[in-house]
Design a protein around this ligand. Structure first.
Ligand code: BGP
Length: 497
């Protein structure tokens, strides 16, 4: 058998895209509650008012230099898909039962920070919020499902942004640690696996989504990143003190890229792209110090870090127990003038003529996953966890509720096969696999519902309609066999054209 006996097969979600119940149970607003819907061609926007009452919008990736006194809020004329999302808040029993039926060993979810600390700054947690996740974890236990909890998944409390631009200010470290203490103590014995920040490297594409920072200024974002590293390192130590069984990981959107040609200049560019895009973040989390290539870059750009006495030691003491990452596609970098570009997970790049792409332009590359697993394991020799992978696609629900998503099965089969080769033939240490968006949810980048990832279809549409009913797609039955056979039964390969 290729995979470990205790391999954690499952699915992944995030509260902001899945949970809904945005104004229930004492929850405060998060940075996603002021994000409208969008499409791949017309970006979602943030809505805010100025002190004179005038209404404004800005794109979330372009948000920078907002005028003084900007206050983010909802406008009646827009839909905010994350408010209701796909309503896990009221469907958690049904959804976890479906996960149990598929044979999940693991369910990755995030805790909504503003459900526990409504503005992020309270001294005491919101009991109603804590109780909700007690119920969720108890439900998981019924089915023998191990929760994997992301502490911060693109859902910083909006109160922190209004107070001091969130992670742009070091006071957020203490707020985050108060939140960690509340959940580490409360869920001791119920949760074992934690991730400190989702896709922390996505701060490279602007401060809003990852960190609630309304800025794209490199100096501000360098410190916001540093504060999160310090917070993560302290959280790792705190977790181990509260429960020595706790396993804490980092989470990076792994941007595997290739040089466009064998021109050494292209290869050098690729090394730099991999370092800046992904490895820098893994290096600090897994090794406990800033790599020289980043320190030199900061020196060249005149960027300074707000390092306080003792903090560099904290980074060393708080290295993570395992490395997790999301993997959807690969990119190409090159020095020659660009011919054709394509989209990717929070990224854009050159077109790879050897690969097909999804409906959203993400280049599908199972072999790239094997390469990524080898590269990461070689660099750190720590256990790895693929905590996101999947295909966002247009699904059609038939009248009888069925969804024939063979394209999704093909995508997942090929990626699981690549993981299997990395384990069996290359000997990497892999703990688990949680497929992204196991129950349909709102897309993070576009805010669309029609970009679906799930094994389970949720009757919810981009115009806000739908009765939220759940139905099993063909991939549901396929994944059940994968879980039951510990990855041995991947179903028949599709016939070659
Ligand atoms: C990752 C995020 C997820 C998720 C996924 C798919 O970047 O961690 O939150 O949404 O990508 O992306 P999208 O929803 O944009 O298709």
């Amino acid at each position: 058998m290729a995979f470990r006996k205790d391999f954690l097969w499952g699915g992944a979600t995030a509260a902001n895209q899945y949970e809904g119940g945005w104004n229930e149970g004492g929850r405060g607003p998060s940075i996603d509650d002021v994000l409208t819907g969008g499409t791949k061609d017309s970006p979602r926007v943030l809505t805010y008012v100025l002190p004179d009452g005038s209404k404004h919008t800005t794109t979330m990736f372009g948000v920078n230099n907002l005028p003084e006194g900007a206050h983010f809020t909802q406008f009646d004329e827009y839909l905010y898909p994350n408010h209701e999302a796909t309503d896990f808040y009221h469907h958690y029993k049904e959804d976890i039962a479906l996960m149990g039926e598929m044979g999940f060993k693991c369910f990755r979810l995030s805790i909504s920070w503003s459900r526990i600390f409504p503005t992020g700054m309270e001294e005491q947690p919101n009991e109603e919020g804590l109780t909700f996740y007690d119920a969720v974890f108890d439900e998981c236990k019924k089915y023998g499902i191990e929760p994997l909890v992301t502490i911060s998944h693109y859902e910083t409390p909006l109160g922190l942004t209004h107070a001091w631009n969130s992670w742009a200010d070091r006071r957020t470290i203490d707020c985050y640690l108060r939140y960690c203490k509340a959940i580490f103590e409360r869920y001791k014995g119920k949760v074992k696996y934690w991730l400190t920040f989702n896709e922390i490297n996505c701060i490279n594409h602007g401060g809003w989504m990852e960190a609630g920072v309304p800025s794209a200024d490199p100096q501000i974002l360098a410190n916001a990143t540093y504060y999160q590293f310090v917070a993560s390192a302290k959280a790792v130590q705190m977790a181990h003190e509260i429960d020595p069984n706790y396993q804490v990981g980092c989470m990076i959107a792994f941007m595997q890229s290739y040089p466009e040609t064998c021109n050494p200049a292209d290869n050098l560019l690729n090394v730099q792209a991999m370092n800046n895009g992904s490895y820098f973040y893994m290096d600090v989390h897994a090794r406990g110090y800033y790599p020289n290539y980043k320190l030199k870059e900061y020196e060249r750009k005149g960027i300074t870090l707000d390092i306080q006495p003792g903090e560099l030691d904290e980074l060393k003491k708080g290295v993570v127990d395992f490395i997790s990452f999301s993997y959807y596609m690969t990119l190409v970098v090159g020095t020659a003038p660009e011919k054709e570009t394509t989209a990717g997970n929070m990224s854009f790049g050159r077109k790879n003529p050897y690969l097909k792409a999804s409906d959203w332009g993400w280049q599908i590359d199972p072999t790239g996953l094997r390469i990524a697993l080898n590269n990461i394991y070689d660099r750190y020799q720590k256990p790895m966890f693929v905590v996101e992978n999947g295909l966002g696609a247009l699904d059609t629900k038939e009248e009888d509720g069925s969804v024939h998503d063979t394209y999704r099965i093909d995508y997942l089969r090929d990626h699981i096969k690549a993981m299997k080769d990395a384990v069996e033939l290359d000997g990497v240490d892999l703990m688990g696999y949680t497929m992204w968006g196991c129950i349909d949810l709102v897309s993070a980048s576009t805010g669309e519902m029609r970009k679906r990832y799930g094994f389970v279809f949720v009757d919810k549409y981009d115009d806000g309609t739908g009765d939220m009913s759940r139905s099993r797609k063909d991939s549901f039955y396929w994944y059940k066999k994968v879980c039951e056979s510990n990855g041995e039964d991947l179903g028949a390969e599709p016939a070659q054209p």
